[in-house]
Ligand binder design. Structure first.
Ligand SMILES: Cc1cc2nc3c(=O)[nH]c(=O)nc-3n(C[C@H](O)[C@H](O)[C@H](O)COP(=O)(O)O)c2cc1C
Length: 373
């Protein structure tokens, strides 16, 4: 059975590289993203097309990849990272592509068109994207009222950021913006990701500052939640920054960290293309070593007591497994799906089962942080 699935994935991969990607890459990435959201919505609104996508891309249950974390059941550890489904349009189709969980958003209190002009650039030589959306989304109220009491078939994380406008640069107003969205989604979704690391918004990343983070978490906690809460942080932090974020998180309801968001750095040898646009954060292989370093650092520092969602540059099962061995319990991706196609999710899951077996592990939990033992 697994052999058939592997064959199916290989064929899909070939089809994607030879035909689909060539068509996609002939258009501007912003436009392709919009069209994919439209198509995904169509496919997700019909039982027949959902069954078709599931047959084409779905992942069979692999018991050694099942995990119960913070009361949530993850049938596999591969999730769709925040920013692909900004307005929660794809919650019906993403599970059929084989993902074990997903984040929606980032969602902000007020609707926003994000930064003016183009939002995305491809860096194919670096296997990266430059992202300059600046948190465009329809706003908490509209998204929440559309989702209503919808139930999801996989855990769905609500990724919250503060509205990208000059007004929220005031720390108190910024905090109230986060709180508004958090309250609006109190009864929707399965976990929260508090995104304090968007690299391309006005006002920078003020909640990486310990004092501001303390204030933000204090205000959020005035509305208690049973849902797990994760903090999404930047790959560009110093160890001193990270230590203070961990220290503040230990005093609050923070169950773990999403490591990491996009990097703002332009001085990395992994960036092969020249003449980059001046603004925007970089994803993919450019961010991978930084994300891995952060996962490792946080895992060691917290002695594995916080759950880590590892994200940044996962293009294969080996890449995902590396993050798991460094300390991640779950992983997420976006960029590789754009470069390699949606069959990658199934490939990663099958590959993870193989890598666990090769190392003598009977369950994924045994591999989490194994590099530090
Ligand atoms: C098109 C795109 C949009 C993104 N938007 C967001 C966002 O709104 N919120 C967020 O937390 N991260 C956002 N990110 C960052 C991703 O969630 C992820 O942290 C980063 O891309 C690294 O993963 P990758 O290398 O697998 O893409 C975005 C990334 C991409 C590629």
């Amino acid at each position: 059975m697994m052999l058939l699935t592997r064959l199916r994935n290989a064929l899909n991969g070939l089809l994607y590289q030879q035909i689909v990607k060539r068509i996609f890459f002939a258009f501007e990435p912003d436009r392709v993203h919009e069209e994919m959201i439209r198509l995904g919505h169509e496919l997700g609104s019909n039982q027949l097309t959902k069954a078709l996508i599931s047959t084409m891309f779905g992942t069979k249950n692999i018991p050694e990849l099942n995990q119960a974390l913070h009361g949530l059941h993850f049938k596999n550890p591969v999730g769709l990272s925040g920013g692909f489904d900004k307005n929660a349009i794809l919650t019906d189709i993403i599970p059929t592509v084989g993902f074990g969980f997903m984040e929606i958003g980032s969602i902000t209190a007020k609707a926003s068109n994000g930064n003016p002009g183009r939002h995305l650039w491809r860096l194919p030589k670096s296997k990266s994207l430059i992202v300059n959306y600046g948190l465009s989304n329809k706003g908490a109220e509209e998204i929440a009222s559309r989702l209503g009491k919808k139930t999801f078939t996989i855990p769905v994380g609500i990724n919250i950021a503060k509205t990208n406008c000059a007004e929220t640069n005031n720390v108190d107003i910024g905090i109230q913006d986060y709180v508004e969205t958090y309250k609006t989604f109190r009864d929707i979704g399965d976990f929260f990701t508090i995104n304090i690391s968007c690299p391309n918004v006005t006002g920078g990343q003020p909640f990486h500052d310990a004092q501001n983070l303390d204030l933000l978490l204090t205000e959020l906690e005035k509305t208690p939640t049973d849902k797990p809460v994760f903090l999404k942080i930047s790959p560009d932090l110093t160890h001193q920054n990270i230590d203070s974020i961990i220290e503040i998180s230990n005093r609050h309801h923070v169950d773990g960290f999403v490591c990491t968001n996009l990097t703002k750095r332009r001085d990395l040898n992994s960036i092969i293309e020249k003449d980059l646009p001046p603004t925007g954060g970089l994803s993919g292989k450019v961010v991978e070593p930084l994300a891995n370093e952060l996962i490792s650092y946080i895992y060691k520092k917290t002695r594995g007591e916080k759950t880590i969602i590892g994200v940044g540059g996962i293009f294969s099962a080996e890449d995902a497994y590396k993050k798991i061995r460094l300390g991640a319990s779950l992983v997420e991706l976006i960029t590789s799906m754009i470069y390699q196609g949606p069959q990658l999710i199934s490939e990663i899951n099958i590959g993870l089962a193989r890598l666990l077996k090769k190392d003598g592990f009977t369950h994924i939990a045994e591999a989490v942080g194994a590099d530090h033992e």
